[in-house]
Design a binder for this molecule. Sequence first.
Ligand code: FES
Length: 186
Amino acid sequence: MSGNNQESGCGCNKVALAEHTPAQSLSRRNALLKLGAGLNALAGLLIGVPVFGYVLSTFSKRSPRSWVSLGAVNQFPEGNTRLAVFRNPVTAAWDGDTAEVPCWVRRIEGEKFQVFAINCTHLGCPVRWFQQSRLFMCPCHGGVFYEDGSHASGPPPRGLFVYEHKVEGGELKILGGNLPTLAEPT
Ligand code: FES
């Protein structure tokens, strides 16, 4: 019995020694090196693709704009300023109500309009229209604008931003999609 055990023990050791020849160790090391290199490449791709996308996006100067309707012309009485809301044409489905953009519409007479961005040109708070005083006022720091959108008083550096507009088929339309800022006024 003991002789058989010794024989079988010697046989196992021979098999174990045969499994770890220098050539096989080298090929296993190579495989691990390749796996490591592959994982590094994958990590580089995961980090690099968003960075590359961001860099590319900086080359597109402006977001696309398109004409959007504010409704029928006759819903804006002459000599009045009314609040209107349009859906930003540059949105994703999941934007929900944040894609609804308010603006002030002043109908001077006939087809003469002015459409103002609601945001104050100081720090962007929404301005309110006061019919009695015929002024736009900003609740944040006291900025005031005349009814034609020009600056009246307070910290804002300029008048209200104005949307390009046109009357087409009895509807008032504005060029939406790019919210005006000091860097890009229209
Ligand atoms: Fe309107 Fe400052 S944000 S006055």
